[in-house]
Design a protein around this ligand. Structure first.
Ligand code: C5P
Length: 427
């Protein structure tokens, strides 16, 4: 059984639905898994399709539903071996006694039984059936075989059954199943973090430094940002086990050890490179760059001559990079920065909401001893409401120490569990 190290938002779950009245619960299960940020693809057996249609799952999962082992059209899209490799977890819910028997015997005569043999991902089953069928010797024998083979079993609940019987065999509620899956990935990540570092296996993308907005081929508008904080964060993330991409504006700092650097100049250039990283897969996005709010509307093709006493240069607004990334449907954990001269807490909290960030770190740039060109900093860190985490005050310290504390804050938020499922829409 393998386990890859990226965050939950990039975990792939195959939900396999087999024949049984509990199949209706799986529709809600898809929603709950997606609420936690998982990518979900649904596989249905023939039996399942007697209870609920593939169209329902297609609409809920946002992906085509897989039903056939050797359907040429489906194989051309994502073949069964590819699907088996795609999965970080194969969750069979409800699992019928027939499916359990197939798994136990190692049969491979339909898509699901083939996937079971072809995947190296952990396999979970949530058996659901009539209480007598559950108690049958053959089912219990198969159950033991599956447990011996390393399959995780979500045991059925007791209660009234659709057939009128009362006893063990009900599939647990979708909310419970989804929560168990989420907790499993959190536990696994915590174990990895303890062993390899707080951000082990995660891809962190950081913007840093100023941007440079050309006026003509030799002149530009920029600001005093040195990029020191962003570079210190890049080094701290790498030390915490992350893969780090640093999208740097024009600064003369050395690239921290182990960090991949992409040099940029303008805000549009920085946005473009950030979007490319997002497409390649980014788990955490940290925007420390002091992006110019405006750029020159029309960059002159040739050097502007000093002809008159006045020169008018018209400016247009630059895109907000961090807000643009945060708006994407599949977004990473978003960290922004705010430099304020007054009402630090108020403005930072407003930015957190307006830019749809998960976390914001802000400093009071009216203090001459910290901030921009200084080697030291002090910060207040705020988290989005759903984390229910207290604000943190990071006392004045070197930018390296502050960076380390920010890494800890990111890690804590990422591993915050209770309430992390959005209580989104009902079906
Ligand atoms: O709105 P303000 O510039 O104060 O927001 C600061 C935060 O937004 C920082 O994290 C900064 O990197 C980010 N930002 C951005 N693109 C902009 C402006 C700000 O990513 N155009």
């Amino acid at each position: 059984m393998s386990f890859d190290l990226s965050v939950i938002s990039s975990k792939n779950i195959i939900l396999a639905v087999t024949g049984g009245i509990a199949a209706y619960k799986s529709a809600i299960l898809v929603r709950r898994l997606k609420d936690y940020g998982f990518n979900v693809r649904v596989v249905m057996t023939q039996g399942a399709q007697a209870f609920i249609t593939p169209l329902t799952f297609q609409a809920l999962s946002g992906n085509p539903v897989h039903t056939e082992l050797l359907d040429p059209a489906a194989e051309a899209g994502m073949g069964h071996i590819e699907l088996a490799r795609w999965a970080d977890l194969l969750l069979v819910a409800p699992a019928s006694c027939d499916t359990m028997a197939k798994f136990a015997a190692g049969l491979a005569d339909d898509l699901l039984s083939t996937l079971y043999l072809a995947t190296s991902a952990p396999v979970w089953v949530a058996p659901a059936m009539n209480q007598q069928m559950w108690a049958a010797r053959a089912t219990q024998r198969n159950l033991n075989t599956l447990v011996d083979d390393g399959v995780h079993v979500i045991m059925p609940d007791a209660g009234a059954q659709a057939c009128g019987d009362v006893g063990l065999g009900r599939m647990p509620e979708p909310e419970d199943v989804a929560r168990q899956v989420m907790q499993y990935f959190h536990r696994a990540q915590r174990a990895v973090a303890e062993k390899f570092g707080l951000l082990a296996g995660q891809h962190v993308v950081i913007t840093a430094g100023p941007t440079r907005e050309a006026i003509d081929p030799v002149r530009y508008i920029s600001n005093h940002s040195t990029g020191k904080m962003g570079f210190a964060i890049a080094a701290a993330c790498y030390a915490a086990g992350a893969k780090v991409t640093l999208i740097a504006g024009p600064v003369s700092l050395e690239t921290p050890n182990g960090v991949r650097r992409i040099n940029t100049a303008s805000a549009l250039n920085m946005l473009d490179e950030s979007m490319k990283q997002l497409k390649e897969g980014c788990d955490i996005f940290i925007a420390t760059a002091a992006v110019a709010d405006y750029r020159v509307a029309q960059i002159a093709e040739h050097k502007i001559k000093k002809t008159g006493d006045e020169l008018q240069v018209s400016l247009v607004k630059n895109p907000d990079i961090v807000a643009a990334i945060a708006q994407q449907q599949k977004r990473p954990f978003m960290v922004g920065f705010a430099a304020e001269t007054r009402d630090v807490e108020k403005y930072a909290s407003e930015k957190l909401v307006a830019k749809k960030l998960d976390m914001i770190a802000c400093n009071d740039v009216s203090r001459p001893d910290i901030g921009f060109a200084s080697d030291e900093n002090a910060m207040m860190v705020f988290f989005a409401a759903q984390y229910q985490m207290e604000k943190r005050e990071l006392e004045k310290a070197s930018k390296q120490e502050i960076a380390q504390q920010l890494v800890e804050a990111i890690h804590d938020a990422l591993h915050y569990e209770a309430g992390s499922a959005q209580s989104s829409s009902l079906l």
